[in-house]
Design a protein. Sequence first.
Length: 140
Amino acid sequence: MTDRFPSGSIVSYPYLWRWQHDEGRENAEKDRPVCLAITVRDPEREITHLVILPISGTPPYQGQAALEIPPLEIRRAGLSMFKRGWITVSEYNYDIAERSYYFEPNQKPRGMFGPSFMEEIRRAIHPMLAARQSRIDRTL
């Protein structure tokens, strides 16, 4: 699975926002482009862990942390429908690819972010991941 969807892949996914989760919702309103920020294969359990970040053409709301996506990365990622784009780094969905009700394993990634931008994303999300804060678990 990680060969087909390496870290940095841009795919469609019904991302559940923190505010939706806090309202008690279990399903997102729509599919949206997301970045598979981290994909980690666990060969012993035969699963692939996914850390999924939402991408939007709308600037972040107050209280949200997001990185603006550079124009070159918008093109690499296949996000040309956005004049400007942001990747939210203050929350994430966690899912397991092989067991997911939401992740579509037969889709083709629309593109990928380059290594330099992915490193910037990883630096931005590291504190959040270490604290496990803002994780929305989609495996339940």
